[in-house]
Design a protein around this ligand. Structure first.
Ligand code: PGA
Length: 249
C-alpha cells in the first residue's frame, strides 16, 4: 500500500491486565522492527489505566517512533468537578495525541448525546489533541442517510472549518460493530456512500471506516482513495490478528 493511512486500534475495556497489554505491544513492536517500509500512522488507544505505563514503554523503545498513543474518551471540560472523568490536561501529560470522541458504545449504551460529543470535540481541540470523532447510524433503515446528516450537523455544530479540519472522522455503522449480535462489516461500496455524505457536510476531512475490520477485509477498505484508514476494535486486541492486519497495509 503506497498511500499513508491511519490504522487505529481501539482496545475498548481490554485486555484484563497490563501484562497482556505489554504482550500485544511486544508483538506490534517485533513486527514493525522487521518491516522497513511501514509508512502508516499507527495509533493505539488503550484503556485509561494503562496509558501511563504504555507511554513509558513508547518512550523507552522503538515503538514510540512508530506508533502514537490515543485515549478512548476525554472529560467534557477541563475545569469543574466531574467524578469518574479524566481531563484533557491529565491526558496531555501522558503523551496522548489522539482522543476518540463519540464512540457508539458511549452514545448508545451510556446515553452520550450529540451535544456532549460536540463539547468533547471542543475540549479535545483546546488541548491540541486530534479528535477521532465517531459517527454512524444505528440501523440501516431507509432514511439512515438523513439520520447521518443530522448527527453530523449536531455533532459538529459551531465548529469552524479550521477546527473541523483538525478532526479525523470514523464512520462506524453501529450494526457493523463486531460486539453487536449478527454484526458484519459494511461493504466498501456502501461505506463510500456514507463517507461522501460526511465529506459533503464537513469538507475534505480524513474519514476512516470502522466496524468488524479484520485481516480478511482490511485491504478492501484501505485500498479506497476516499478511506483514510481504519478504526479496529476487537481485532486490535488479538495480537496475531492485529499483526496480520498491519502486514496487509
Ligand atoms: P470492531 O469495533 O472492530 O470490534 O467492530 C470497532 C469499534 O467499535 O471502534
Amino acid at each position: 500500500m503506497s498511500n499513508k493511512k491511519y490504522i487505529i486500534g481501539n482496545w475498548k475495556n481490554h485486555p484484563d491486565s497490563l501484562a497482556e497489554a505489554e504482550g500485544i505491544l511486544d508483538s506490534i513492536s517485533e513486527y514493525l522492527d522487521s518491516r522497513r517500509n511501514f509508512i502508516h500512522s499507527l495509533v493505539v488507544c488503550p484503556p485509561f489505566v494503562f496509558l501511563e505505563e504504555i507511554d513509558k514503554i513508547f518512550q523507552s523503545s522503538s515503538l514510540g517512533k512508530k506508533a502514537q498513543l490515543g485515549a478512548q474518551d476525554i472529560a467534557l471540560s477541563d475545569s469543574g468537578a466531574w467524578t469518574g472523568e479524566v481531563s484533557g490536561h491529565m491526558l496531555k501529560r501522558l503523551g496522548v495525541r489522539y482522543v476518540i470522541v463519540g464512540h457508539s458504545e458511549r452514545r448508545w449504551k451510556l446515553g452520550e448525546t450529540d451535544d456532549v460529543v460536540n463539547k468533547k470535540i471542543k475540549t479535545a481541540l483546546a488541548n491540541e489533541f486530534a479528535p477521532i470523532v465517531c459517527v454512524g447510524e444505528r440501523e440501516r433503515y431507509e432514511s439512515y442517510k438523513d439520520f447521518l446528516k443530522q448527527q453530523l450537523a449536531d455533532t459538529f455544530a459551531g465548529l469552524s472549518d479550521n477546527e473541523k479540519g483538525k478532526c479525523l472522522v470514523a464512520y462506524e455503522p453501529v450494526w457493523a460493530i463486531s460486539s453487536n449480535p449478527g454484526a458484519k462489516a459494511d461493504t466498501p461500496e456502501s461505506a463510500l456512500e456514507s463517507i461522501a455524505i460526511i465529506k459533503e457536510a464537513l469538507g475534505n476531512v480524513p474519514v476512516l471506516y470502522g466496524g468488524s475490520v479484520n485481516s480478511s477485509n482490511v485491504e478492501s477498505f484501505i485500498s479506497q482513495d476516499q478511506i483514510a484508514g481504519v478504526l479496529v476494535g476487537g481485532a486490535s486486541v488479538n495480537k496475531e490478528e492485529f499483526v496480520k492486519i498491519l502486514s496487509l497495509v
